[in-house]
Every structure is written in C-alpha cells, then in structure tokens.
Design a protein around this ligand. Structure first.
Ligand SMILES: NC(=O)c1ccc[n+]([C@@H]2O[C@H](COP(=O)([O-])OP(=O)(O)OC[C@H]3O[C@@H](n4cnc5c(N)ncnc54)[C@H](O)[C@@H]3O)[C@@H](O)[C@H]2O)c1
Length: 478
C-alpha cells in the first residue's frame, strides 16, 4: 500500500523546505520530495538559493569585496598591503564549503523535525496522489491530504547566446569560473547581472553589461537607480542600455556577441559571457494532464492570495507562482500555507516584500517608490539622508548613498523605504518593520537610535520627511 502523508511538499528550496519543517513542527505527517544532485553527486537540499543562488553568490561577493578593499581602500586607513594576491580556487572552495554546510544543515533539520525526505522527481497526479520517480528510476506513488508545490524557477535561455557550459554560461556557471576572465560580457542588467558582474569586476575583469531596456533598474526608485548607475559605472561596470543581444559566435576560447543599439548593429568580443535575462517557473513533467491544476498564460501555476490552486488541498508557492522571485517571499508563503492548512487565518503582506541587490553599495527597498506614488496621484512627503553626513559611515569609509523615506502627505504613514548604501539590506528591514506596524514617519522620528550607527540614517530620513532632520539641511522647513 502506498505511503500516506498529511502534507507532501514538492521541492526543497526556501519555499518547500521551510513549509515542510513548519508542517512537521505543527504535527503534520510530512514528506518533502527533492531530486537536485549537488557537486558531490548526492541529493542536496535548499534549492537554487542555497546551492547555486543567494548563498554562493554572497560568499563570492564578500570574498571579492575584501580583496577590493585590501587593494583600493586599506591605504586610506593607513594600512599598507604588500604582496596582495588572489586565489580564485580557494574563493570557490570556500563558497562550496558554505553551500555544503548549509544544505547539509537542512537535512539535519528534516531529521530533527521528522520530515520524510523522498529523493527523486515529484509529479502531481489526480486526487492528491504524487508520483515519485526515484534517482534509480523506481516509481512510487504517495497519497496526501494536502500538496504544496514549490518547484522553483530556472534561468531563461535566449537563442542568440546558447549556453555551452564553457564560454557562455548562466548564473550557475558564473559561480564556478576557475580564473578571472579578462573580458566578461553580462547579458541583462538585472539583479543577477549586476551582482555577478560586480564579483568578477572586483577581481579585475573588464565587465560590459548589455541591457535591452533603455532605463536602468526600472523597478527601483529613480533617484536610487540613478545613484546606482553612477556608482557601478565608477567601479568599472560598462553598462550599455538599449543594447539588445541578437546573436553570437564562438571562436576557440572567445565569444563575439552581436547586439543592436540606437547606432545600429554592434559587435563585442569576450572571454566569458554570463546570460542573466531572468528566470522562468519550473513546471516540466510536474503536473499530470488530469491533475486539475491550472497555469496562467506565462506558465506560472495559478494561485490566489493564499496560494491555493484550482484544486482544493493543492497549493503552490515561491518562484513557480506570481510575485517576485525571492527566497524570503517563498518561505513566508510556505509558512502561510501550512498555517492555513492547520486552520489559522494566516496571510501575507504582499505589499511589504523587501528587495535587495547585493552590489556595493547594497541597494534595497520596501513598499512603493516615488515615481509609482506620483503616477498614482498620491501626495507625498520625502525625506532623504545621505551617508556622507553619517559619522559612523565616515568612520567606516563607506559614505556612498542615502536613505529615502516616503510618507503620505496627509497621514504621514510611511509608504516606501529606499536605501542605497552601507548595510542597505539591514536598514530597509527596519523600515519594513515600521511599515508592517502602520508607522508614520513621525513615529520613527520619535524613536531612539543608538549613536553612532548607520541606522541613524533611517532616523534622520524619517525626521527629514517632515523637515526636522538635524544633521542635514532640510529640503523644506515645516
Ligand atoms: N538579491 C536577490 O534578491 C536576487 C539575486 C539573484 C536573483 N534574484 C531573482 O532572480 C530573478 C532573475 O534575476 P535576473 O537578474 O536574471 O532577471 P531580471 O529580470 O532581474 O533582469 C534581467 C534583465 O535582462 C534584460 N534582458 C532580457 N533579454 C535581453 C537581451 N536579449 N539582451 C539584453 N538584455 C536582456 C531584461 O531587460 C532585464 O533587465 C529575479 O526575479 C530576481 O529578483 C534575486
């Protein structure tokens, strides 16, 4: 007889593994299905984020930033470095160790919480039956009261630059270069393109980013995007906007990429090319024809605000459904779904999902940006505080950027927080917490912030909303 579970989760990424652990904690008999094989040829939990995404890219960003600081900034502190050298293989090995520890940790958490791991490919059949094709090809069917699909996403490939695993790679391949490419081409000036472009630029690659759109980071607050473009260009990223890639040819160890811009057809030759033009949901062989689960016109599984699909008892979360493709969004959807299965009234604040780009300086935001609010005709007050006026940022020699807080002009309620600068990801979380509690700019302005901290920039930006900043001239006095 087939095994029966209260909850079967397909996929062990940040959506699936978090849902499975929470489900087991709440007393549900839970299984999680995962097929991904890591570098050591064993099932590796954690999905894209832990294996080939968020975590390994941050490991390399941190290593390369340290190298960059030693090379460029130590002298400002009076520290002389002689014989500075980089060892890319050690950097990559360190990154691999972090991945191994974290992915292994999920396996231990599964054991500690009593989650059954089913290794193989999961496919939803009719009536909440799930077929699991094991790594040895053996097929088993398990039954579930509830199914949570968390199958994630994969990089989009484009015909002009077919991946060849050597000179043309996707975001996964770009984490494993064994030496610094002299000329690196990045297709797409999105989150991945900018993060990975930064990694290799810091180690000395000449990086050219080809972006089809005319506008840089169009989803980001315009003032922040403008500052980001300026800073990243200064760091050596040659960002070409309005450059649509149309073809490529590989010759030996080089790739010539063709693109069109306002001046016509162009060509540029690279030693490596990273294709980072977005991700698409993974639904290959995921749903049997009679599963009853519907997809939308773009291939995402169709869900409502509670992640319920067209089949009662079947849910879908994370990158395979609408909304930003972010690990933290997937995890929170997983928790919401499990709590709702348990009868609680959980819900998600979809308007308050923070976003981060881990360049240096980091770029982070939550809520709405200035251009969107203006387009919506909402009257706003804006407070900006530059890190150049922060004593803590000065001490750290990290003064690029600013904190920007936008509040409703009538109610003073905070509608958006936008940060480019040191620890932007952490700072924006403070604004997110304030927004979740419906805070006004005045509320944040009345709080006591430790001195000296970079967090004081949040405090001052909140004060600046109403013209009360102390350490910077206010735009208008109120
Ligand atoms: N820090 C993070 O939170 C983080 C990190 C990595 C990835 N992600 C997520 O992963 C997803 C994918 O990231 P991404 O950077 O690949 O996608 P993206 O959608 O952020 O950016 C892709 C860019 O490629 C451009 N593009 C598409 N086709 C092109 C062509 N033919 N020529 C030139 N440019 C072209 C697009 O205009 C777009 O600007 C995103 O949803 C992102 O949020 C998040």
């Amino acid at each position: 007889m087939s095994q029966k579970f209260d909850i079967v989760v397909i996929g062990a990424g940040p959506g699936g593994y978090v849902a499975a652990i929470r489900a087991a904690q709440m007393g549900f008999k839970t299984a999680c299905i995962e097929k991904y094989q890591g570098k050591e040829g064993k099932t590796s939990l954690g999905g894209t984020c832990l294996n080939v995404g968020c975590i390994p890219s941050k490991a390399l960003l941190d290593s390369t930033w340290k190298y960059h600081e030693a090379e460029e900034s130590f002298k400002i502190h009076g520290i002389a470095v002689k014989g500075l050298a980089m060892d890319v293989k050690t950097m990559i090995a360190r990154k691999d160790t972090i991945v191994k520890n974290l992915t292994g940790g999920i396996g231990m958490l599964f054991k500690a919480n009593g989650v059954t791991l089913l290794e193989g490919h999961g496919k939803l059949l009719a009536n909440k039956q799930v077929e699991v094709t094991g790594l040895d090809g053996k097929v088993e069917t398990v039954a579930a009261e509830n199914v949570i699909i968390a199958s994630g996403s994969r990089p989009i490939e484009i015909p002009p630059t077919p991946l060849n695993g050597d000179t043309i790679v996707d975001s996964t391949g770009a984490l494993d270069f064994i030496e610094v490419p002299k000329r690196l081409g990045v297709i797409g000036a999105g989150v991945i393109g900018l993060e990975l472009g930064s990694v290799w630029a810091r180690l000395g690659s000449e990086v050219t980013v080809l972006e089809a759109m005319d506008k840089f980071l169009p989803a980001v607050d315009e003032q922040v995007a403008k500052e980001a473009q300026k800073v990243l260009t200064k760091q050596g990223l040659n960002i070409k906007l309005g450059a649509r890639v149309t073809g490529s040819s590989t010759k030996g160890k080089t790739v010539t990429v063709e693109y069109t811009d306002t001046e016509g057809e162009q060509k540029i030759t690279f030693d490596k090319v990273i294709v980072a033009v977005g991700r698409r949901p993974v639904t290959t062989d995921l749903l049997a024809a009679d599963s009853g689960v519907n997809m939308d016109e773009r291939g995402f599984i169709f869900v409502d605000d509670y992640c319920t699909t067209s089949v009662p008892g079947v849910y879908a979360i994370g990158d395979v459904v609408r909304g930003p493709m972010l690990a933290h969004k997937a995890s929170e959807e997983g928790i919401m779904v499990v709590e709702r299965i348990a009868g609680h009234k959980a819900q998600m604040s979809y308007d308050l999902i923070p976003g981060v780009i881990y360049t240096h300086p980091e770029i982070a935001w939550v809520g709405k940006n200035e251009q969107t609010l203006k387009a919506e005709g909402i009257e706003i007050n804006v407070g900006v505080f530059p890190f150049a006026a922060s004593g803590r940022a000065m001490a750290a020699n990290d003064t690029t950027g600013f904190v920007k807080i936008i509040a409703d002009a009538k109610t003073d309620r905070i509608l958006g927080g936008h940060v480019i600068g040191p620890s932007a990801a952490e700072l924006v979380q403070q604004i997110a917490i304030a927004m979740e509690f419906g805070s006004s700019a005045e509320d944040v302005g009345m709080m006591i912030f430790s001195h000296p901290t970079v967090s004081e920039a949040v405090h001052e930006a909140a004060l600046a909303v109403n013209g009360h900043a102390i350490h910077v001239a206010n735009r208008k006095k109120r």
